[in-house]
Design a protein around this ligand. Structure first.
Ligand SMILES: Cc1ncc(COP(=O)(O)O)c(C=O)c1O
Length: 395
């Protein structure tokens, strides 16, 4: 037993969390790495939003705000949710957090006792797994597969429900897969949630970024769901505002006061300047969202066409800004592929294992660089794939 493992609480001795750290270390030694790893768009926050942040600072937005978030921002969030076909929320039912990321941990701490079961479709966004592990809840992975484009179905949920099941996570559109669950399937999944008294955490952070007419159904708007759904979202993705750190969650009135207290204890409040910028994002012109969506759509087409040429299969990205590709098709596992692609090709992508142990055939590629850089990344990838295939042929 090492000193650290004696000192760290057992719940934080997480398995295999070092792949990204290792890749960051390799990348820091290299020049000109094309980063298709993190979900952080290269795009600038639209100018009118930046201006609103600057003006707010000039006007003294340098203090804590109302712990739950500025009332006018919570009203704007309620209006935004409703504008896109979501449920009706009062500002009191919304808490603004430093990114949707923190909301995941507040929700997990607020809802899960040790041994409670949290159902999560896998591959799925890994912080949810970490949040559940910290609460010592039991993680129940619902494994989706590429044969069905990683779509979750109501039958799959039903097969995994037990009397200890408490929370179901839905990430729609999905990260890392880009899958959009068809709206009628979302309805069927909600039927299961109602039958088994599950709370649904509906992560809709990518809902404004969908392709080819796909649409992510807001869960809380469905019959009987508002009282058992926590909607989680934020401005990071749709407005290219990752660094401002503003997200939120909205939920039923009986749960929100206790969850708001946890947020208060964690953060006191979300940064005032970020909240002013988010207010400008949600209440200002919305054409920037469509421009951002189109940018990702164009990049998606380029990356997918390049992967087709390389003979690397992938899940059809229907939303979000990722391509989840079966890179093991090249002849090596995804973790090795990602490490080689970084070391030999100076392209950073993330191994699928991060998003669920069983998907080490896959890697996630983010559409977070402009088209010419994606083309350059594909060229570099082709070189690495060629040497892997040549080695395999010679072996
Ligand atoms: C599915 C999903 N939810 C939530 C988040 C959190 O984003 P933020 O904390 O920037 O709001 C992310 C970030 O990548 C994400 O992919």
């Amino acid at each position: 037993m090492t000193t650290a493992s004696r000192r760290l609480a057992q719940r934080v001795q997480l398995k295999d969390k070092h792949i990204i750290t290792r890749m960051m270390e390799i990348a820091s030694e290299l020049d000109d790495v094309i980063k298709l790893g993190r979900g952080d768009p290269d795009l600038d926050t639209p100018a009118h939003i930046i201006r609103a942040g600057q003006e707010a600072l000039g006007a003294g937005a340098t203090h804590y705000t109302n712990p739950m978030g500025m009332p006018e921002l919570r009203q704007a969030i309620a209006d935004d949710i409703a504008r896109y076909g979501g449920a009706q929320y009062a500002p009191e039912d919304i808490v603004v957090t430093p990114g949707g990321q923190q909301a995941m941990f507040i929700i997990a701490l607020g809802l899960l006792d040790p041994g409670d079961e949290l159902l999560i479709p896998c591959p799925g966004y890994n912080p949810y797994l970490q949040a559940a592990e910290l609460t010592q809840a039991k993680l129940v992975e619902i494994r989706t597969s590429m044969e069905t484009n990683f779509t979750l179905t109501a039958d799959m949920v039903r097969e995994h429900v037990t009397p200890r099941s408490k929370v179901l996570i839905l990430i729609n559109p999905g990260n890392p897969t880009g899958t959009v669950i068809p709206p009628d399937e979302v309805e069927r999944i909600c039927e299961v949630a109602r039958e088994h008294d599950l709370i649904v955490v509906s992560d809709e952070i990518y809902a404004r970024i969908t392709f080819n007419g796909h649409r992510a159904q807001p869960v809380a708007a469905l019959p009987g769901m508002r009282e058992r759904t926590i909607t989680l979202s934020g401005v990071s993705k749709a407005y290219a505002m990752t660094g401002w750190r503003v997200g939120y969650f909205a939920g039923p009135s009986d749960l929100m006061p206790a969850l708001a207290e946890i947020h208060h204890a964690f953060a006191i409040s979300t940064s005032a300047v970020g909240q002013h910028a988010a207010l400008a994002a949600l209440t200002g012109p919305q054409d920037c969202v469509e421009e951002i969506r189109q940018t990702f759509d164009e990049r998606r087409k380029v990356l997918c066409a390049g992967l087709d040429e390389l003979g690397i299969p992938y899940a059809e990205p229907e939303g979000a800004f990722y391509v989840y590709a079966r890179v093991a098709e090249t002849g090596v596992g995804a973790t090795e592929f990602c490490e080689r692609l970084l070391a030999e090709g100076r392209v950073m992508i993330f191994p699928g294992k991060i998003y669920g142990d069983y998907t080490d055939d896959f890697a996630r590629m983010s559409l977070t660089q402009p088209v010419p850089r994606i083309e350059e990344a594909l060229g570099r990838m082709a070189g690495v794939v060629e040497s892997i295939r040549a080695e395999r042929a010679g072996a």
